[in-house]
Write a protein of this length. Structure first.
Length: 152
């Protein structure tokens, strides 16, 4: 995902932004290509709340801010990508504690290997997070893991 965002940053130089209108705190702009292509995109950005959208819909479809939005951020000296343009799923640890299944699916005798693996990984990750906070908890968890390994 990092490389896809990097590609968007690389394309910023291909566009120029033209302010069309201001309605309250919302700026309406057009991002036009100056690299020979006849492409342009309509944007709206609220500078106070740092929210907005672009006509290319890359953010809505993929979850990445497009080069047109990045160009607008640059134009208005917004040096950090606003939180509204960072999808939770792209943040560090986004999947750490998520549940992607209903635990009632764990009942029964024909559990798929993938579901068993996902459930064990989630439980282990939660346990490791808690155990890593204190040396005493860490040592206890490691001792129990040795016991579990010898049992399996």
């Amino acid at each position: 995902m990092f490389h896809k965002l990097q590609d968007q940053f690389d394309q910023v130089v291909r566009f120029v932004t033209i302010k069309r209108d201001v309605v309250g705190n919302v700026r309406q702009l057009t991002a036009k290509s100056h690299s020979g292509r006849a492409e342009s995109f309509e944007l709206q950005i609220g500078l106070e709340m740092l929210i907005g959208n672009c006509g290319c819909k890359l953010f809505e479809y993929v979850g990445l801010p497009c080069c047109h939005l990045l160009k607008v951020f640059s134009k208005y000296d917004i040096l950090k990508i606003p939180k509204a343009f960072i999808m939770t799923r792209w943040t560090i640890g986004a999947n750490k504690f998520s549940r992607s299944y209903d635990e009632s699916q764990l009942e029964g005798d024909n559990l798929r290997h993938a579901l068993r693996h996902t459930h064990l990984s989630l439980r282990a990750s939660n346990l490791f997070e808690r155990a890593s906070k204190m040396k005493e908890s860490f040592d206890f968890a490691v001792l129990k893991l040795y016991g579990l390994e010898s049992y399996l």
